[in-house]
Ligand binder design. Structure first.
Ligand SMILES: Nc1ncnc2c1ncn2[C@@H]1O[C@H](COP(=O)(O)OP(=O)(O)OP(=O)(O)O)[C@@H](O)[C@H]1O
Length: 291
């Protein structure tokens, strides 16, 4: 990965104060995403996924740490810069299908709106048709959102979100209200947008099935990135394609890391583990095992 990642969070902290009580939604989160990646952020309810996304979208400001997108410092950016950031750098798709589209405009008019607002009326028609085609909703172009299925609404919402050519597309549970078949269509649409428009995509979800559609799955636990699963395709010497799945963990600055839950469960690791240092790797044994 390049030395300055496209999305970079270091020790990111977000504390909410509610009635004098503090809630630590993010507790020192580390995250690096390269331009052009398609990434899923998964985690249980309350783990801090939405908080992270609202910070990356410029809607919320972190309490501490570092957060940068496309070289822009999200902690220090001023009001004007924030407006420009939201208009030009990021696009957003929400879980609630009704929140993404204006109900009294057709699908085509919804997609055209960001272009008209940006003063790009000239090339709008061709771009709108191209996006409706890419998102597989060209046949619904003249329908109102209420006349579309949930999946068609979400795919139209993706077209709206990328109409202004953002560099980063953020999606918060975009398949949360959809059945399995419609979810797959929406995730495939995300893959096309990523591959064909080159937009970096971050999908936040509690649904582990999303992992099948992305290059990298980042797991958040208690407001921290814990483990990552990287999927890539390798071609062997006979030209055969093979899916390779690798697990990674974030090692923080003081050397702490979190083992994947599956590793802990499989070996029944608990309380205390025994470590061994080898020349090129570290071994982890059950603490009660004899040497
Ligand atoms: N505006 C807020 N005020 C106070 N607490 C908040 C606020 N937003 C989030 N929190 C708290 O921060 C923590 C993380 O919330 P967040 O919504 O980021 O989690 P999540 O992983 O997206 O959960 P879900 O999958 O349920 O949406 C939770 O404990 C939540 O109650």
């Amino acid at each position: 990965m390049a030395s300055t990642p496209f999305v970079q969070c270091e020790d990111l902290v977000r504390i909410f104060s509610v009635d004098g009580l503090e809630v630590q939604a993010l507790q020192g989160l580390n995250l690096r995403i390269a331009e052009g990646e398609l990434v899923a952020v998964v985690g249980a309810s309350g783990s801090g996924k939405s908080t992270l996304l609202t910070i990356l979208s410029g809607l919320d400001r972190p309490t501490g740490g570092t957060a940068r997108v496309a070289g822009i410092d999200l902690l220090t950016m001023g009001r004007k810069e924030r407006v420009r950031f939201q208009r030009e750098v990021v696009g957003f798709v929400w879980q609630q299908t009704s929140r993404n589209l204006l109900p009294y405009l057709t699908a085509r008019e919804n997609v055209a709106l960001p272009l008209t607002l940006a003063g790009r009326r000239g090339d709008a028609a061709a771009r709108v048709d191209e996006l409706l085609e890419l998102l597989d909703v060209a046949d619904c172009a003249d329908r109102l959102p209420a006349q579309l299925s949930g999946g068609q609404q979400q795919r139209t919402a993706i077209a709206v979100a990328v109409a202004g050519s953002p560099r980063l597309l953020l999606a918060d549970e975009p398949t949360g209200e959809l059945d399995e078949a419609a979810s797959v269509n929406v995730l495939e649409a995300m893959e096309r947008v990523n591959a064909e428009l080159g937009v970096t995509v971050v999908i936040v979800t509690h649904d582990p099935a999303v992992s099948e559609h992305v290059d990298r799955t980042i797991q958040i636990r208690d407001g921290r990135t814990s483990t990552e699963v990287l999927r890539r395709t390798e071609v062997d010497e006979h030209g055969a394609h093979r899916r390779v799945v690798e697990e990674f963990a974030v090692l923080d600055r003081v050397g702490r890391m979190q083992l994947p839950e599956t590793f802990i469960d499989t070996l029944e690791l608990k309380d205390r583990v025994r470590l061994g240092l080898e020349t090129d790797h570290v071994e982890v044994f059950r603490g009660d095992e004899e040497r």
